[in-house]
Write a protein that binds this ligand. Structure first.
Ligand SMILES: [Zn+2]
Length: 146
């Protein structure tokens, strides 16, 4: 189902996710990906940053501020457009979904971008389509020069 489909995202958006991941250390950053689903995948047109409202002592959790989700949904209903996915970071340096991510039956059918960055590892990014039971890897196509 995802064969040949890719996530298209501007380089400056990728750079911003990396920067948010760095600033959030040792915690996770998080936010929303707005854009559209296309015949060959997904196109990100905008990032919406959210505070991570997970308990402050949890460094392996993220929780998007529900107020931001509501505000964005209202705006999209008014202006059009869609929320195509979410992003968050992994301070453990692994750009793959964690057991916690898998345990959350949440944002199914959406794209999850994971930015891995720790004090010891450089930034790496992964994108996945959240299906009912798994995360299917999706290639990322960075567009523009930043
Ligand atoms: Zn995660």
């Amino acid at each position: 189902m995802t064969a040949g489909r890719a996530l298209r995202i501007a380089s400056h958006h990728l750079a911003r996710i990396g920067e948010e991941a760095r600033i959030a250390l040792p915690r996770e950053c998080c936010g929303l990906l707005l854009g559209r689903e296309t015949i060959d995948g997904w196109q990100v047109t905008e990032l919406v940053t959210s505070p991570n409202v997970a308990p402050a002592d949890r460094h392996d959790r993220f929780e998007i501020d529900p107020q931001i989700l509501i505000a964005v949904q209202k705006r999209l209903r008014r202006e059009g457009g869609a929320m195509i996915g979410i992003y968050h970071s992994h301070p453990n340096g692994r750009a793959t979904p964690s057991d916690t991510d898998l345990a959350q039956a949440w944002q199914i059918g959406k794209i999850w971008v994971i930015a891995a960055l720790s004090a010891d590892t450089p930034l790496s990014l992964g994108a996945f389509l959240r299906t009912d039971t798994a995360f299917a890897p999706v290639p990322v196509i960075a567009e523009g020069t930043g």
